[in-house]
Design a protein around this ligand. Structure first.
Ligand SMILES: [Zn+2]
Length: 437
């Protein structure tokens, strides 16, 4: 029998599973196990956390934007086509939709226009989740339509790989290209009643793009985004660095409550100290030296006998949480974390670095003294101007980038040069809500 860190319940060993303390989707798999993974979370908590705690951040408008930040630089470093995260812009407004459906607008590589039409969940719980209800059923996954904006072979390959990875469960259509029969994409069939209705929406969107008109999108953003995840991180990292006795302390109990309480109003009464993404960020002053392009920077530090965790997201915004201010307990932390330890995980590079001592990290970032592990990580990134140009050109040499694209050419036959869609112009009217329901 073991006690679960997250629920505090005693359960048989076989009901426990491997938990990524820092979410897998944000590069948790590349971090060392000693701090960032645990076997002491029950399966039930692991899946609840993935769906409602980590998931509420990962699938938020902000989480999606952060995930795609700087992905082009790592793609340039990779030197060959690969899937990159898509940008979620929000539900399409002012366009008539098939009854009972929602249409989300996503932007792919080189600005590819993607319209994802899916059944309306009718459940407020998922209104801040990009793509709606993330659970199971394929029938809820909907239909995704992509219109290329580039005829360049490299970008066609990147767009298809990204589209396929992102919409793994949805039916996938490519609207402006002939698709070979055995590919995991289809061309829309306008004599199919469902697809014909969908294509009215796609036509409205691509038509607006072509005419230079704006598309009105309205994502819903929770002001509370990431806060439950932050409490969870504080709880789990506190357990890892301070041991099981931390769970019984006041801070341990508060962090657990802050992670578990779904109701925003009730959560205000729980004393979790720190600052969320929209708060007065404690690391704001240092963001220029702490932030890592395309990477998630995790900082553990002891300041005046208090143990803190800080997260700097790819755009440089930060959030912090107080793990413990019990001096006697904090004194037990491994000395290597006391002056500050940093981990950087870069999903787009498939790598992480750390722990690195904070002073060494700062010396590297300010150019005072290079740290090989960070130099290696930085070498995965290249100038995005090394990538082929997005827009089609008359210069056929533009598509020879990467050297071996002729095989792609043989399979892909973009339909008509005239069907190049300019990047969509969008008007975002962001709606903020106080909290995730
Ligand atoms: Zn549990």
């Amino acid at each position: 029998m073991k006690i679960c860190i997250y629920c505090g319940c005693e359960k048989p060993d076989e009901e426990f599973s491997d938990e990524h303390i820092w979410p897998d989707a944000l590069g948790g798999d590349f971090l060392p196990r000693d701090v960032w993974r645990t076997d002491d979370v029950c399966q039930k908590c692991n899946s609840i956390s993935g769906l409602f705690v980590d998931g509420a951040f990962i699938r938020s408008w902000i989480g999606q934007a952060e995930r795609s930040s700087d992905s082009h630089e790592y793609l340039a470093g990779r030197g060959k086509p690969a899937a990159i995260p898509l940008h979620y812009l929000g539900p399409i407004m002012d366009v008539s939709l098939p009854a009972g459906h929602v249409a989300d607008f996503w932007v792919g590589p080189c600005g590819a226009n993607i319209v994802h039409i899916r059944p309306d969940d009718g459940d407020e719980q998922w209104t801040t989740y990009a793509g709606g209800d993330p659970r199971g059923k394929k029938s809820k996954a909907g239909r995704a339509y992509m219109a290329f904006t580039s005829e360049d072979d490299f970008w066609i390959a990147v767009s298809l790989l990204s589209f396929h990875r992102h919409f793994g469960r949805a039916e996938r259509f490519v609207v402006n290209m002939e698709i070979p029969a055995n590919w995991p994409f289809k061309e829309p069939n306008r004599s199919d009643a469902v697809q014909a209705e969908d294509m009215k929406v796609v036509d409205a969107v691509t038509g607006a793009s072509r005419a230079g008109k704006q598309i009105h999108l309205q994502p819903l953003i929770s002001l509370d985004v990431g806060n439950r995840m932050l409490a969870k991180l504080g709880l789990a990292v506190g357990y890892k660095l301070l041991g099981a006795s931390f769970l019984e302390t006041e801070h341990g109990k508060n962090l657990r409550a802050g992670m578990r309480e779904a109701n925003f109003e009730k959560r205000q009464d729980i004393a979790v100290r720190g600052s969320g993404l929209f708060g007065q960020a404690g690391l704001e002053a240092a963001k220029d030296v702490l932030a890592w392009p395309g990477g998630w920077v995790l900082l553990v530090s002891v300041v005046q006998d208090s143990l803190f965790l800080g997260v700097v997201v790819p755009s440089g915004k930060s959030m912090t949480v107080l793990i413990s201010d019990e001096a006697a307990l904090v004194a037990t932390v491994d000395p290597k974390y006391k002056d500050g330890a940093i981990w950087v995980t870069v999903p787009a590079a498939g790598e992480a670095a750390g722990p690195v001592l904070l002073p060494e990290y700062l010396a590297h970032q300010t150019g005072v003294s290079a740290l090989p592990v960070l130099t290696t990580l930085a070498s995965k990134r290249a100038d995005r101007t090394n990538l082929p140009p997005c827009r089609p050109t008359d210069d056929s040499t533009a598509s020879s980038w990467g050297g071996s694209n002729s095989s792609i050419n043989a399979c892909l036959r973009p339909v008509g040069l005239g069907q190049h869609f300019p990047n969509a112009r969008v008007m975002l009217s962001v709606a903020f809500i106080a909290a995730q329901k």
